[in-house]
Design a protein around this ligand. Sequence first.
Ligand code: HAM
Length: 414
Amino acid sequence: MITQRPKGTQDWYGENIHKRTIIEGIARDICKTFNIKEIITPVFEHTVLFQRGVGETTDVVQKEMYTFEDKGNRSITLKPEGTAGAVRAYLENNLYAESQPTKLFYFTQAFRYENPQSGRFRQHHQFGVEFLGSASPMAEVEIITLLIEFMKRIGLKGASLHINSIGCKNCRKTYNEALLDFLRQHENDLCSTCRERMTKNPLRVLDCKVPSCKEIIKDAPRTINYLDDECKEHFEELKSLLTSLEIPYVIDTGIVRGLDYYTKTVFEFLNPEGFTLCGGGRYDGLIHEIDEKQDIPAVGFGFGIERILGELESEGVELEPEPPIELYLGILGNEAKSSAYKIVKELRNAGIIVETDYMDRSVKAQMKYANKIGAKNTVIIGADELANNLVRVKNMETGEQTETSLDKLVNMFM
Ligand code: HAM
């Protein structure tokens, strides 16, 4: 073997892909009742979309993007997240010209050159929703409700909702002054990236993962104390809606999120160990950043599929197993092959899960194989069975045998 999968990536097969399919199915079912439509955007975009959208001073853009020049000398980036692409598509395809709001969901791959560790991959997968066109906290309520329902249906119980407000551009001015005052007192103890961020985008200092910076940041001023009247009112209305809907939440003034586009509400669902399962928030300025002719509010979230799988395991939640093979149809003799395969086809067309022989095994070996793959029933079809129109179906669990004519075989499994 000349190489192995790149660090921080996974192969999806067997149980993992089965679980992922169930999770995606549940997500799709829920989105249907919330009237949220699917969107698929390219896996790569022009780099500028993320530089401007996610923000030049974020860790994602500065350190983690998979960026390359294509053969036409364009700077291309594998998407590190789903929002910027969805918003670009919303604008480029004039979806904003339809009656608003526009509610979109997606399953996307995302690429970030991060240090792989538990729950952190270089290629991960997200289920995301973007709710575009509404400035009302009802939009936040909608996606938070969806997330709660989603986790409930997949069987996750341990997540708690943490919310914060980071205000808008207007609040950011006064907040940045207070934050800078604070950071200047500790400037010499901050890492070089943080010192650079102080001049470009002080809020991003709060994302720093360097332990000595984290220690300093703990005492930094909080955005929530610097909200203007509009942002304060928005947050109050959201809290009161959540309370009246009996949605428990924790105000967590430490949440600022690592992407630049957020305004007002930010939130995360954390597991009992305080690990982030999913995150999102309002991004009223992103659409204008991507197309200056538009100014449309929006809110959304992204949920890592890998994080869901990890949490299912931690909480000991079993998802529905794969449906078993209903019937193994063994073939006896070359001359029976095509007729036997016709029966396989008929049974499958009726929706029955059927397996048969492709290995020219002996009948004994076929039965052994049927047992190994967990077939619930077996039947052997050879020249005699075809001539007499009579087969014997064996229940592999009880050993009980039932005779039936070939044309009634389908009925036995319906
Ligand atoms: P994010 O917090 O960067 O936000 O990522 C969203 C979720 O993706 C995380 O909460 C986590 O579940 C998962 N995730 C992120 N990075 C990794 C990784 N390296 N390995 C595994 N899972 C990961 C966003 O991406 C925003 N686009 C969310 C959003 C949508 N905000 C508004 N709309």
